[in-house]
Structure formats: C-alpha cells, structure tokens
Design a binder for this molecule. Structure first.
Ligand SMILES: CC(C)(COP(=O)(O)OP(=O)(O)OC[C@H]1O[C@@H](n2cnc3c(N)ncnc32)[C@H](O)[C@@H]1OP(=O)(O)O)[C@@H](O)C(=O)NCCC(=O)NCCS
Length: 177
C-alpha cells in the first residue's frame, strides 16, 4: 500500500515489529467494541489480526511521527452494503491515549484524498453505531453526507444487535471541499 505522510502522521503498511504497539490499544474495552470488534485478550490475538492486515492489504498503520509509534489503524474496505467496486468503506480506530487531538480527521483526509485521487474511487462510505458520538464528530468534521440508519443491521461479537448510522461522500464532494 502507498505510504501517506501528513504533518503528524505516517500511514504505512503494518510490520511484524508493530505487534506490541497494536496490542497496547487493541486490548482496550474502549476501542474495539466501538468499531464492532472484541478487545484482544493477548498478543497472540493481535499477531493473528496483524497477519490478516498484511494478507488483505487494506489497512494502514497510523504511526505518530513524534514518537515513531503505531497508535491506530485506518482502512478502506469492501462495503458489504454496496455492490459497486468504485465504492469502498472507511474504517478507523485510535489508541485512547491520543483521542481529542484531531488525529483521526488528519488521517482520514489523507486517505480520502488517496482513495479518490489515486485509486479512482467514486464514493466512500462510513458507518457508526448510534452511541459512538466521537466517530460521529469525526465524520461530520470531514464533511460526509448523512444517509440514514439501517436498523438492527449488525450483531456485534457480544451478541448485541445494533443499528448502523450511514454516511457517504462522492469524489466531486471531496474535491469541492
Ligand atoms: C472515533 C475516534 C477515531 C476519534 O478520533 P480522534 O482523533 O480522537 O477524533 P477527534 O480529536 O476529532 O475527537 C472526536 C471527538 O471525541 C471526543 N473526545 C475526545 N477525547 C475524548 C475522551 N477522552 N473521551 C470521550 N470523548 C472524547 C470529543 O468530543 C471530540 O469531538 P469534538 O471535536 O466535536 O469535541 C476515536 O475516538 C476512537 O478510536 N474511538 C474508538 C474506535 C472507534 O470508535 N472507531 C470508529 C468506529 S465507526
């Protein structure tokens, strides 16, 4: 995947040596469940997911330049709700230590630019659970258009049934921002 640099961040492929940094935030009860996944119980779980990231090639590690440390991840994934190869779905998580500094907005803007202007995507979607006001704030700051709610669309790992709040942005909308 292309390495993307912003003022505070390097978005790059994960490396095997990132496993400790990955586990550090993936073990938190406040991070994975907000994105739909179970907190990691141990480093072996993080290692397995890291191997999947390397196989699938759709997730960047977010490296924080001042510390040369991986503090989160961001990806463009197939959107199971849309049958359009030029439409991908944005997903992201950040270590709670770094919340509230505008880091994810910075990372997302760079990935949106890459998606539309290098990969030739026509639409990027993003979804959050109704209670995830932090992600809602990021999505609104980025200028996504609200589409509606798909009720009871996700059965999370803990068997909770959740609605999805849906947004999208087209290439023209991004380039007009
Ligand atoms: C969503 C997430 C990526 C936001 O990243 P971020 O870089 O902190 O984003 P911002 O700095 O723009 O802050 C977003 C909002 O979080 C809130 N926030 C910041 N720090 C917080 C904290 N410690 N506790 C609770 N809320 C906090 C703020 O209200 C802020 O909104 P505002 O700027 O309108 O006031 C991050 O919270 C996260 O990783 N959450 C868990 C995983 C997740 O939800 N992923 C997205 C799934 S859809």
């Amino acid at each position: 995947m292309k390495t993307i640099e912003t003022s505070r961040l390097v978005l790059r492929d994960f490396k095997q040596s990132d496993c400790d940094d990955f586990f550090e935030y993936a073990r938190s009860e406040k991070v994975g469940p907000m994105a739909g996944w179970k907190p990691h119980d141990n480093k072996d779980e993080s290692q397995k997911i890291l191997n999947l990231f390397l196989e699938e090639n759709e997730v960047w590690a977010i490296e924080y330049k001042p510390l040369n440390k991986v503090i989160g991840s961001i990806g463009l994934h197939k959107d199971s709700r849309r049958n359009n190869p030029k439409a991908l779905m944005l997903g992201y998580v950040l270590s709670e230590v770094y919340w509230g500094k505008g880091i994810m907005v910075e990372a997302c803007r760079a990935v949106l630019d890459h998606g539309f202007n290098d990969l030739g995507l026509e639409l990027i979607s993003v979804y959050h659970f109704p209670f995830n006001t932090q992600s809602e704030s990021v999505i609104k700051k980025l200028g996504f258009k609200y589409e509606g709610v798909i009720r009871q669309s996700t059965v999370r790992f803990d068997q909770t049934v959740l609605d999805s709040v849906c947004y999208s942005m087209t290439k023209d909308e991004f380039n007009a921002l």
